[in-house]
Design a protein around this ligand. Structure first.
Ligand SMILES: [Zn+2]
Length: 336
């Protein structure tokens, strides 16, 4: 028997004009519910032919800015105000979103490390498979709104993957400038990492734009406003929202994040004392943080240092840290 493309079904018809809301039904047969399904909220707004955009958040369940911004956009938009089609997947890893955790409480799956997914896998792999093999092939763009989640705090940032093609990079910069976050950065594809939505979008030939909007397991006013206004400006540049936003985008600082030397990790396990703050300019070799040892308080703390110069754009939030936890990462000015 041929393998099904997906076991997920939905009553939402992506080819129908108008505004539809409903659920993806992910079959989930468990003790509580023999014939049950997981209801992943989905919505579609379509007004004829035009650009086709997948709007995604909740790829990680504890990243709230994008999830709230997408729900507000969905409620406020009517088909006559747009061209083409928008598919809203506002809490993509829905079990994780309901639990307020990065990964799914059902299968411990990290959706953004699960692509291309597997229709015979657990819920997280099935969601990844549906996004990559059902939704992305019928889209031109995907907007994937992340934030720092529970463990990290970012200066609100727009984010794209660096392409080998200069024209694609120029388009990516245009989208970042429209999003208008305080910082926008371009990353290199991590070596051998092909399990992310960014990698899935590249495989499916879909233009991707993402974000890292604050985080810390909370929802900040400033990051939410960046997401809400930025979304409308990006959708205008993509040609979905014809009305030009009244406010021009705030100036964004274009940056890049390249090799591993942009990151600082905890050298030991203990209590993390940051020695710099978000937005600080740091130099190579500068002390970044100390790890104190509550079990041997007479011991001198371990020191983590920056391996290169740059701007601190991301910082660890919880004080408790284990060896290998990310404490900071830097950005440097963008070079095409
Ligand atoms: Zn994330």
């Amino acid at each position: 028997m041929a393998k099904a493309i997906s076991r997920i079904a939905t009553e939402v018809d992506f080819n129908k004009d108008g505004k539809q809301v409903g659920f993806l039904r992910l079959p989930h047969s468990v003790h509580r519910s023999a014939y049950g399904w997981i209801p992943i909220p989905i919505a579609c707004i379509r007004n004829g032919d035009g650009p086709r955009v997948l709007l995604m958040a909740g790829n990680h369940g504890d990243e709230y800015e994008g999830q709230v911004a997408l729900s507000k956009l969905l409620r406020s938009l009517e088909p006559k105000a747009m061209h083409g089609r928008m598919i809203f997947l506002s809490s993509a890893n829905f079990p994780a979103a309901m639990a307020g955790t990065r990964t799914s409480p059902i299968d411990d799956g990290n959706l953004n490390r699960s692509f291309p997914g597997d229709t015979n896998g657990g819920p997280t792999l099935q969601i990844a498979n549906y996004i990559e093999n059902v939704l992305l092939p019928q889209c031109d763009y995907v907007i994937d709104l992340h934030s720092g989640g529970s463990s990290l705090m970012y200066i609100p940032s727009g984010l794209v993957r660096r392409h080998s093609d200069a024209k694609q990079n120029a388009r990516a910069v245009e989208l970042l400038q429209a999003f208008g976050a305080p910082i926008s950065y371009m990353t290199d594809a991590p070596q051998g990492e092909d399990r992310t939505l960014t990698a899935a979008a590249a495989r499916q030939g879909v233009t991707h734009v993402g974000s890292e909007l604050a985080g810390g397991g909370t929802l900040t006013r400033a990051a939410l406003q960046t997401a809400e206004s930025g979304l409308r400006r990006v959708l205008h540049v993509m040609g979905v929202l014809p009305d030009k936003p009244k406010e021009p985008p705030p100036t964004t600082k274009l940056m890049q994040v390249r090799g591993l030397d942009y990151y600082v990790y905890a050298p030991d396990s203990g209590f993390f004392e940051p020695l710099v703050e978000l937005g600080d300019e740091v130099s190579e070799g500068q002390p970044a943080g100390m790890i104190h040892f509550p079990d041997t308080p007479w011991r001198e703390p371990s020191l983590a240092t920056f391996r290169r110069a740059g701007t601190v754009i991301c910082k660890r939030m919880p004080c408790r840290a284990e060896r290998g936890d990310c404490l900071f990462h830097l950005g440097t000015p963008y070079q095409a």
